[in-house]
Design a protein around this ligand. Structure first.
Ligand SMILES: [Zn+2]
Length: 204
């Protein structure tokens, strides 16, 4: 089984989190993860803050030109916009997610949608694509092994740790009940969860 290393390039946060900061409104930031191994650097969800992402890559001693693949879990702007920092990489997403957004992508992001290549089942051998619908109807996550443990880059299938714990989904999730069922499934899939807007945690 091919294993990969992972590094959190940007730790995300929600604008509001009633469990952690009920009376604050923060900037929405998505968690960005770098997966490395077998001669490949893969970014999952580049987010939308160019400068912090570039700074974090510098710290990791990875040049933007060394990113081979960028995979996006769903088409929300806060997860995809910084993909433009990687013109030399392959841009990948699930075919159903791409199709669903053809009619509703904001014009500002249409260039991204049009360059994305559809990919099913795996990004490369060892980086498996898992269907995690509900937040968007064709939302996907990425499952891989590290040190013998199953790590899931859940993205917005699990927004933050407390949402996982309380089986709570985002108000804007397209199918709330499906999103809750997806959380239940993730509990059987992963040992470590990397949420869409929080730091990684041990699955429980
Ligand atoms: Zn989202």
């Amino acid at each position: 089984m091919r294993e990969f290393d992972y590094r959190i390039l940007i730790t995300g946060q929600l604008s509001t989190n009633k469990y952690r900061y009920p009376n604050e409104k923060k900037e929405v930031i998505c968690t960005t993860t770098l997966l490395s191994g077998h001669g490949l650097n893969v970014i999952i969800d580049p987010g939308w803050r160019d400068e912090p992402l570039l700074a974090s890559l510098r710290e990791a001693q990875v040049a933007p030109e060394q990113i081979d693949i960028v995979y996006v879990t769903h088409m929300h702007a806060d997860h995809i916009r910084s993909i433009r920092l990687f013109p030399g990489a392959r841009w990948l997403a699930s075919p159903r997610e791409i199709d669903n957004w053809r009619v509703k992508i904001p014009e500002a992001d249409r260039d991204i949608l049009e360059r994305l290549e559809p990919v099913e089942d795996e990004i490369v051998s060892g980086l498996n694509i898992v269907q995690t619908p509900g937040h968007t109807l064709a939302h996907t996550s990425v499952l891989f092994r590290h040190d013998g443990r199953r790590v899931l880059v859940a993205a917005d299938a699990v927004l933050v740790k407390e949402y996982y714990e309380h089986r709570e989904v985002h108000v804007i999730s397209e199918d709330q009940e499906l999103a809750k069922q997806t959380i239940d499934e993730i509990k059987t899939l992963a040992d470590i969860v990397i949420p869409g807007h929080d730091e990684p945690f041990e699955a429980f």
